[in-house]
Ligand binder design. Structure first.
Ligand code: MN
Length: 243
């Protein structure tokens, strides 16, 4: 059984979602073999040298405990936590995977991505994405002291929140033509992604072939969601606080 989650946006400002995730890691997730985290696990990540900050340390320890119990955890970057690196992965006991990644099981094929790379109509965001994914830009940022990076992250969050408030729909959707090309390039595998916070299951017909696209839900203070592959079908499962 495989579980897929994304867009938890964990931070000390979201204690509810944090508790849901810690319970999920200690319970539900351990009934399965494999967990894929498809980006934006954290609301912000300013470098692996911030791993001992108490909040970050608590999440890393919980991931590590789940991993030590036998759960295989894989993570790809979102647009918030693009600085998660090898130090974090080693401490948390998970592996960083490419965006996109093709996953083949005995029964089915999936292609996994965060989803932001296909939101081509948001040109301002695409420019931002190109910048923050640039290794030189990342190296220059990571060379700055932690306190300065913390201030930069807070400022980025403010800019992003202001620009999102200004839009009717803060999340530009995936561009249809680019999505079709993507599905074709990945062998018409079932596409699972997050990022848009618009959970839905879409049916695409590409070259006469029916391809499903499952958009994961973002997590809230009182509710999360995971997608479950049981070897035969995908289904959504709601994650609620322990009674
Ligand atoms: Mn995102």
């Amino acid at each position: 059984m495989i579980l897929f989650i994304s867009d938890l946006h964990l931070s000390p400002r979201s204690p509810g979602a944090t508790a849901l995730f810690l319970d999920f890691l200690a319970g539900r997730a351990r009934q399965t073999d494999e967990l894929y985290i498809l980006g934006d696990l954290f609301e912000a990540w300013i470098g692996d040298d911030d791993i001992s900050e108490p909040y970050n340390a608590s999440i890393v320890a919980a991931l590590r405990a789940a991993s030590d119990s036998g759960l295989r955890i894989s993570l790809l970057h979102g647009n918030r936590d693009f600085l998660l690196g090898a130090g974090f992965a080693a401490a948390a006991g998970l592996r960083l995977i490419d965006d996109p990644t093709l996953v083949s099981t005995a029964e089915w094929q999936f292609v996994l991505a965060h989803g932001d790379a296909l939101c081509l109509d948001d040109t301002a965001y695409m420019a931002f994405r190109a910048q923050v994914r640039d290794p030189q830009w990342q190296a220059a940022l990571l060379a700055k002291p932690l306190a300065e990076r913390r201030a930069i992250a807070a400022n980025m969050r403010e800019v992003s929140e202001t620009s999102q408030r200004a839009k009717t729909n803060p999340y530009t959707d995936l561009q249809p033509a680019a999505t079709e090309d993507f599905l074709r390039a990945h062998g018409y595998a079932t596409f699972i992604h997050g990022h848009t916070h618009q959970p839905a299951t879409h049916d695409h017909i590409v070259d006469g072939i029916h391809v499903e696209r499952w958009v994961l839900a973002d997590w809230h203070e009182d509710r999360g969601e995971c997608l479950v592959w049981d070897g035969e079908a995908l289904r959504r499962e709601t994650i609620l606080p322990a009674a």
